[in-house]
Structures are given as C-alpha cells and as structure tokens.
Design a protein around this ligand. Structure first.
Ligand SMILES: Nc1ncnc2c1ncn2[C@@H]1O[C@H](COP(=O)(O)OP(=O)(O)OP(=O)(O)O)[C@@H](O)[C@H]1O
Length: 251
C-alpha cells in the first residue's frame, strides 16, 4: 500500500481541445489538509473535476494514483464509491429527487463498497439527524428536493453534509467557503475540522485566506496557468493576501 492517498504526476488535461492543466504534480498523505489557491481561470476546478473523473475533460498526459493505483480508467461513480468526494463549486439542483433519498442512496452505495450493511430509512434518519447538526442545517432541508431553491450558502452546507455522511478518504472542497455568511463559515469550518482524521485527506480550493484561519492546512499550493507554481505552509496564504498574485511572479 502506498504512503499517499493521492499522487498526481505531470498531469496535462484539456477541455474542448483547449489545454488547461499543463503539468500538475501533487502528493497527499493521510491526515493532511492541502489548500489550493490561485487566480481565476488558473485550473483549480479543472483539477478537481479531472480527479473526480468528469467526462468533459481529456487527459493528455500523466497519471492520478489513489492509494498507489491509477484511477484513470475508473468511471466517476466508481471513484466516488472508492472514497473520492468532490464538493462542487456550483452544486446542482435535482428537481424531483428528495434530499433524504439522494443522501441515503449515496451513503448506501458507499457502504456497499466498504462491505458494510446498507442502512434502512430509519437507521439512516438517526444518522443524518446527528450529521445535520455538524453543518447547522434544519431537518426540513431533508424533505426538500436536492438543492432546489436552496440559497447559495445552503447548497454549500448540503455539500458538507454529503461529505460528513460518505466518510470519503479524499474530500476535495471547491470554494465551499464562497457564499457562506460569517457565522456559517465558522460552523462549516468547525464541521470540516471534525471530519478531518489521521486517515483521510482534505483539499480546500479557496480564494480567501480567511478560511485558513479556521482550518489550518499542512500545505498551501498556488496554481497559475495550469500548474502548481509555489507550495508553502499557511504563511504563504497570508503573504498572498498582503501582496497579491503578482508577488508570486516576482518570487
Ligand atoms: N468548456 C470549456 N471550454 C473552454 N474553456 C474552458 C471550458 N471549461 C473551462 N474552461 C477554461 O479553463 C480555464 C480554467 O478554468 P477553472 O474553472 O479550472 O479555473 P479556476 O482556477 O477554478 O477559476 P476560478 O477561481 O475562477 O473558479 C478557464 O480559463 C476556463 O475558461
């Protein structure tokens, strides 16, 4: 078994024949939290979607290893069941599907993969009641359709609720902090800290140093034009906040 949960090696990817990722290298060990920052359009969301297996992206070169094994041939649902979770920058609404059913079916698919017994609706209800407190959500959100009519911040909370339920090994949170009010940011950050264990890893994609006051990452990476151009600790985010991205170019 590899020492790493995730290893990305010289990853090049394109969308609609436009090259976006131009040689990304990243290694993540269990127990680590990594933050990825970078200017708009630098490829952060693309990286997260390529890891999750989004079919719109073509892989041109490189590899993605999950516990030492290439996942390139795995479908997105296989990757999710195996323990890769992506909280979307723009969570989708699914009219006609109740949030509770969606979450229970997703959880049971993951439990089946882990060779755990599926939860009955009653057992699921007991578990979800505990988990919604973690993200400060009201129970009424469970009977509504997935994200339908949810505010921006409520959609983000719902993503973290999924993360809490699925107990994924690798959780990639794409701008989960954007759209959250100050109180919600603290609640969500606290929830994420509770979910971080010595055996899983979290990748936070963010524009705001503020999030990293609440969730202290082990590493901060800066992406620019499809590559990770600088890696440091949490001080790197503070320097960036002070000096802006032009500072990176001059260092
Ligand atoms: N379908 C597409 N066709 C052409 N270009 C695309 C397509 N999808 C994404 N791109 C481009 O890929 C680049 C990287 O986008 P991506 O969303 O990964 O950036 P990002 O770093 O997450 O940006 P932000 O911080 O604004 O969310 C952008 O220039 C974007 O316009």
């Amino acid at each position: 078994m590899s020492d790493y949960i995730l290893e990305i090696k010289d990853l090049h990817a394109s969308v609609n024949d436009v090259p976006i990722l131009k040689g990304v290298n990243l290694s993540i060990k269990p127990g680590e939290i990594h933050a990825i920052m970078g200017p708009n359009g630098s490829g952060k969301s693309t990286l997260s979607k390529v890891i999750a297996g989004h079919p719109a992206y073509s892989l041109l070169n490189g590899d993605i290893l999950f516990y030492g094994r290439s996942i390139l041939k795995m479908e997105p649902d296989e990757r999710a069941r195996a323990g890769i979770f992506l909280a979307f920058q723009y969570p989708v609404e699914i009219p006609g599907v109740s949030n509770a059913d969606f979450l229970r079916i997703a959880l049971n698919a993951r439990r089946k993969f882990r060779e755990l017994p599926e939860l009955s609706p009653l057992e699921f209800f007991q578990l979800i009641t505990e988990k919604i407190n973690l993200v400060g959500m009201k129970e009424s959100f469970l009977s509504r359709n997935v994200n339908e009519g949810f505010s921006g911040g409520e959609k983000k909370r719902n993503e973290i609720l999924q993360m809490a339920l699925l107990e994924s090994n690798l959780s990639i949170l794409d701008e989960t902090d954007s759209g959250l009010d100050i109180d919600a940011l603290k609640i969500i950050a606290q929830g994420i800290n509770t979910l971080a264990t010595s055996t899983n890893s979290i990748v936070l994609i963010t524009h705001y140093q503020r999030l990293l006051d609440y969730i202290i990452p082990n590493f901060v990476h800066i992406m620019s034009d499809g590559k990770i151009v600088k890696t440091g600790n949490v001080n790197l985010a503070q320097d960036l906040e002070k000096h802006g991205y032009d500072w990176i170019k001059s260092t």
